[in-house]
Design a protein around this ligand. Structure first.
Ligand SMILES: Cc1ncc(COP(=O)(O)O)c(C=O)c1O
Length: 479
């Protein structure tokens, strides 16, 4: 079979030998990382502290956690540069689905190291960009989901995929696509407490004051309240009424509704199919585009795309993915495909990120993460069983809702932000890494390395969580 010189290089016996040696070395190094919490090595601690201070100085502010990875880990366990080992249940907010030092990505990364350049971009892309785009499109167009979208002009609904380097940029690209398609409409609809990134445009979509202090206004955004699980009927009616008021107040002026189906930074809240459908059908009727932001949720919900889980396939014009996909992407229908010149970038991603993203999505599919009875649901069920047990024993310590799929969240201590953040820090010290989400109530979230996390590791995380809760409750004199 004909092959390129690059393909020949990949099969060169010296490369095969080096690959085997590197694989064995990494395998051994991984095995040397204990599957346990390990305290810092006193001989490394001084240097670590100094690096932390220098980093704070270089960045202009300290790191959230005193975390600098050593470069080695073993799935859910990671070694830090002070020699300590922690259980990583946040994975850079969902960016390391294979955990640390994954053998599964070694070939992709070695091939990328031999590939001609570090980065790919619009003018110079290699076949892996095509393969990754096609895989994402195939996943978005699946027919074995609860409510598959009918074809458009005999073709699958999502026809196009534009790669980029960050989630914020994927959203910016999606926003531009829909602004052009709905020009001259210039307003945007979004959910209260949403997060869409920190670019100039997205910081005005993101419903967080701190993220836009001093930033000139770039977009007019009208907010719609999110689903309230405590008042499902009333909150659904209220959201629809608020949407209606915005549409009446600014007729034909909204280009699109940008929404997370699972609010990530907002606190791991989600809605029901009926809640989302009612709002999005009204948008469709009013000629308002629908941009679903799945930067945080993609790959983690019980179907790989959250819009598939909620059966909204027929209502989405643009969907964005990121984080666990390594390289980010904007997928859209042909009807909104923009004219030349609107989208272009020097960099669409590092070759290794694009190859790794392709492997991640393939693994999510092939390892049975999607669908009823899939691994994402099993991760949720296992972790949630622990939360329910803790909640039953200590109702003041733990409250739901608990997230969805491999996005795990709960409200500690009634959502008191001081106690929640103390718990987060205590868990870090005990060796379990999680993160906060939302405010009023402040919640805790976990994004385990879903492709490799074991049931035993989930149980161990729950054990550390219980220890942290017990200690903070004792300090705060809570029953
Ligand atoms: C829902 C959502 N959208 C967009 C972004 C922005 O992604 P990035 O940080 O890669 O720019 C994030 C990041 O947390 C996110 O959670």
């Amino acid at each position: 079979m004909a092959q390129t010189r690059f393909q020949t290089l990949l099969t060169d016996p010296r490369v095969a030998e080096a690959r085997a040696l590197l694989s064995a070395a990494l395998q051994d190094a991984r095995a040397s990382v204990p599957a346990a919490i390990v305290p810092p090595d006193p001989a490394l601690q001084g240097g670590y502290q100094a690096m932390m201070e220098r980093f704070g100085e270089a960045r202009g502010r300290g790191l959230f956690f005193p975390y600098l990875g050593s470069g080695l880990g073993r799935g859910a366990f990671v070694e830090l540069a002070d020699g300590s080992v922690k259980l990583d249940f946040i994975t850079g907010i969902g960016a390391h689905p294979f955990g640390h030092s994954p053998m599964e990505l070694l070939d992709a990364r070695l091939d990328s190291a031999l590939s001609d350049g570090v980065m790919q971009g619009n003018l110079q892309q290699n076949p892996e960009s095509l393969h990754f785009s096609e895989r994402l499109l195939a996943e978005a167009n699946r027919s074995d989901v609860p409510n598959p979208a009918p074809p458009i002009d005999g073709k699958p609904r999502f026809r196009h995929c534009f790669l980029t380097t960050t989630g914020a940029m994927a959203n910016e690209n999606g926003a531009k696509v829909l602004f052009q398609a709905r020009a001259p409409a210039s307003r945007v609809l979004a959910f209260s407490h949403c997060f869409a990134g920190r670019s100039l445009g997205m910081s005005w979509v993101t419903d967080k004051h701190a993220g836009r202090i001093g930033v000139p206004k770039t977009l007019d955004v009208d907010y719609v309240p999110f689903f309230d699980p405590e008042r499902p009927e009333r909150s659904s009616q209220h959201a629809l009424a608020v949407l209606e008021r915005h549409l009446e107040r600014y007729p034909k002026q909204h280009a699109f509704f940008i929404l997370e189906l699972v609010q990530g930074e907002g606190g791991y809240y989600t809605g029901t199919p009926a809640f989302f459908r009612a709002l999005l059908e009204r948008c469709q009727q009013a000629g308002v585009g629908v941009l679903v932001d799945e930067i945080q949720s993609f790959g983690r919900t019980p179907q790989l795309f959250a819009f598939q889980h909620f059966g909204l396939d027929d209502l989405v014009d643009v969907v964005t993915v990121g984080k666990l996909t390594q390289a980010c992407a904007t997928l859209f229908t042909h009807a909104v495909n923009p004219g030349a010149g609107l989208l272009s970038q020097t960099f669409t991603g590092a070759t290794s990120a694009i190859r790794a993203g392709d492997e991640v999505v393939r693994a999510l599919r092939e390892r049975g993460h999607a669908g009823p009875g899939g691994r994402n649901q099993a991760i949720y069920d296992r972790f949630t069983a622990h939360l329910l047990r803790l909640q039953a024993a200590h109702p003041a310590w733990v409250a739901g809702p608990f997230g969805i799929g491999a996005m795990l969240g709960f409200t500690p201590f009634g959502g008191d932000s001081k106690l929640a953040n103390r718990l987060l820090t205590r868990l870090y010290d005990l060796g379990l890494m999680g993160f906060n989400a939302g405010s009023d109530p402040t919640r805790l979230r976990f994004l385990p390395p879903l492709l490799v996390v074991t049931d035993a590791e989930i149980d161990f995380a729950a054990e550390l969580l219980e220890r942290g809760l017990t200690e903070i409750a004792a300090e705060a004199n809570l029953a």
